[in-house]
Design a protein around this ligand. Structure first.
Ligand code: WTA
Length: 633
């Protein structure tokens, strides 16, 4: 049944979608949820299992270090796995995984529990203790999910480093986390070729000497891995030993104990280890997932992100497993061997909900609709988008060609720091292409000026969140000052959270996200800091100074353009340009590769010596640079 459409470009859900929806009325429930926020979240928390019920829903005695469900005892695994083993969900598929070469592996909840418990016992045998941070640097294979869950089960903290990062990025994150144990793989498959993760891990371990134990999954079998005696172990050998018993008690955790840290880019060169917890994060990811994607027991859910990013943590792994959903996961490139790979998998596995990024949609759109039309996608009911604003053209293609005008698109706005969806439609929400629509239950958001005055509809300003929520980041690892400084200082008086995005609200109260206001870049939906790219560039012997900016790019949202000042002895040229690009790739990873390197003699700076990237950007786009009174020259 097609969805109805009106003249003013609103897209209304079909009667069928509405009749199936868990939430039939948004406005009233929303008002109730903000009037009694703690009551709302207490009710949500009651849908989960607790070893001991919380004493207090929200403890705001030490703002902005909010605590949720204090006194409560739980473990996210108790909800994501253990409780399902007592119901019919035990026999349900938890995970359907397809490798790029076409190999398939499936795990029931029962089987997942056994694998996780086995690996838990391996970790224990390696001396891993509650509270210890274990670094995971892996391709998109089931072992990544198993390793995350195993850490959580014994109360160790996982720090997943995206498998597309390279040596320096990995080394820096291992060091900041002070990890003793690293879990990796020989590689994974991407566009038909094996990646070489262990080789990068070996290089990173040379730079970060804290690692005592490295466990490697043999995925590709292609790489001749260097394995150091007493440090390196094969996953399959350990899992085949008597230590790997499939029985293990789940550790009882405080609601506020750390579940994981996830590094994300900020405005300085040093990535931030964002801290999330067992209790509040579980409640938030489960509730947002259940309401927004309206998950039903018969559904097959596919979040086509990498588990190495927050989207994967919250909506491949934790939210869906807590809800007892069946998850689909795929290892490789969307267009391998042909551009119909995704569509063929949706048909083959009967996927009901697809959640992906605008950049992936644009990438697949480029190949034309005929690749989609080869397949029967009748199983799809809902679609989703995340990571950057979705341009209306991509929205319409996704809606019309993929969703056949039947499937509402949940354009979810959120961040690593928010843990889960903050502004998002529900299946019943009338949609406007390009708008993430309205706040999720319990949240009050606003578009304000520097002083905190709310702006009238249509005016662009700063996006703020006015209240705490259970999924919020609790801190930045080793750096509470930075946590305060980045998120809470700007609107200290009001106690609002600064999201770092600019936005506007329209007359209907719909939010339109414009983009980052700080020096954070979104390239293909990946989050990178200008400063990280610059510090990679200046680590090259030829470079004395660098400035990186993002300029609009049709496919990737933003492309990186780097301005570089060379040291005296060096002169600009094609060769050096290539070398610098490759240098950034080997330091950070392919996602950070500059599209263009511009050699220059000066960079616009403030009198205090800070590079004014805004001026460079305006110049490149032929726009007015705005206020330049602080410009030195
Ligand atoms: C951007 C990703 C517009 C935004 C979950 C935010 C979006 C940053 C959307 C966080 C969306 C995410 N519409 N922009 N639906 N979703 N963003 O931490 O700029 O990788 O601040 O989290 O992505 O990126 P992060």
């Amino acid at each position: 049944m097609e969805n109805k459409r009106t003249k003013n470009d609103m897209y209304y859900p079909s009667d069928e979608i509405v009749s199936k929806a868990t939430v039939k009325e948004y406005e009233k429930r929303y008002q109730e949820s903000i009037k009694d926020r703690e009551g709302f979240w207490a009710k949500e928390a009651e849908t989960l299992d607790w070893y001991k019920r919380w004493d207090k829903v929200l403890d705001d005695s030490n703002k902005p270090f909010y605590k949720w469900f204090t006194g409560g005892k739980t473990n996210i695994i108790h909800n994501a796995i253990d409780r399902h083993l007592k119901t019919a969900t035990r026999n349900k598929l938890a995970l359907i995984w397809e490798g790029e070469p076409g190999d398939v592996r499936t795990f029931s909840y029962h089987a997942l529990d056994r694998e996780v418990s086995k690996f838990t016992n391996v970790l224990k045998a390696m001396g891993v203790k509650k509270g210890e941070i274990v670094t995971l640097y892996m391709p998109q294979i089931p072992e990544l999910i198993i390793a995350m869950l195993a850490c959580a089960k014994i109360g160790a903290v996982h720090s997943v480093v995206y498998g597309g990062f390279s040596v320096e990025a990995l080394a820096e994150r291992i060091e900041d986390a002070n990890s003793r144990v690293l879990i990796t793989a020989d590689g994974g498959f991407r566009r038909g070729k094996p990646t070489r993760l262990k080789e990068i891990a070996n290089e990173a371990m040379k730079r970060s000497p804290t690692i005592e134990v490295c466990i490697t999954v043999r995925r590709t079998g292609k790489e001749d891995c260097f394995m150091e005696t007493d440090r390196d172990f094969w996953w399959h050998e350990l899992m085949g030993m008597p230590i790997a018993s499939p029985y293990c008690e789940t550790e009882v955790m405080d609601a506020e104990d750390t579940l994981f840290i996830l590094y994300t880019s900020g405005t300085t060169g040093k990535p931030k280890g964002v801290v999330h917890t067992h209790g509040g994060y579980a409640v938030y990811t489960a509730s947002t997932f259940r309401y927004v994607f309206d998950i039903k027991p018969e559904d097959r859910w596919w979040c086509a992100a990498d588990p190495g990013w927050i989207t994967g943590h919250s909506y491949i792994v934790y939210g869906p497993l807590i809800c007892g959903a069946t998850i689909m996961s795929y290892e490789g490139a969307p267009n391998h061997p042909y551009p119909n790979r995704w569509w063929s998998m949706i048909e083959k596995y009967g996927i009901n909900i697809l959640y992906t990024s605008p950049t992936a949609i644009r990438g697949l759109m480029r190949f034309g609709s005929s690749w989609v039309e080869k397949h029967n996608l009748d199983s799809l009911r809902l679609l989703g988008s995340v990571g950057e604003p979705i341009n209306p053209e991509a929205w319409r293609w996704y809606y019309e060609v993929v969703g056949k005008n039947r499937c509402p698109i949940m354009d979810t706005w959120w961040q690593t720091e928010t843990g889960g969806f903050m502004i998002t439609p529900l299946p019943i929400t009338p949609l406007k292409p390009g708008s993430a629509t309205k706040p999720f239950f319990g949240n009050e958001m606003a578009v304000v000026d520097d002083k905190g005055n709310e702006l009238p509809p249509g005016e662009e300003g700063t996006l703020v969140i006015k209240n705490p929520w259970p999924g919020m980041a609790r801190n930045i690892l080793n750096d509470p000052d930075r946590y305060i400084e980045k998120y809470w200082k700007a609107y200290e008086k009001q106690g609002w959270y600064l999201a770092g995005d600019s936005a506007r609200m329209d007359e209907d109260g719909y939010f339109w996200i414009i983009g980052r206001m700080d020096d954070v870049l979104k390239v293909s939906g990946y989050r990178l800091g200008s400063a990280e790219i610059e510090s990679a560039l200046v680590s090259h012997p030829a470079v004395t100074e660098a400035a990186a900016i993002g300029l609009p790019d049709e496919l990737r949202g933003n492309a990186i353009h780097a301005f570089v000042i060379l040291k005296d002895k060096f002169s600009p040229g094609k060769e050096l340009e290539k070398e610098l690009k490759e240098h950034v790739v080997s330091e950070i990873g392919p996602i950070a590769k500059p599209q263009e390197i511009i050699f220059t003699d000066t960079l616009p700076k403030t009198r205090s010596g800070k590079i004014m990237r805004r001026v460079l950007k305006a110049q490149a786009l032929g726009q007015d640079p705005g206020d330049i009174t602080t410009l030195e020259d």
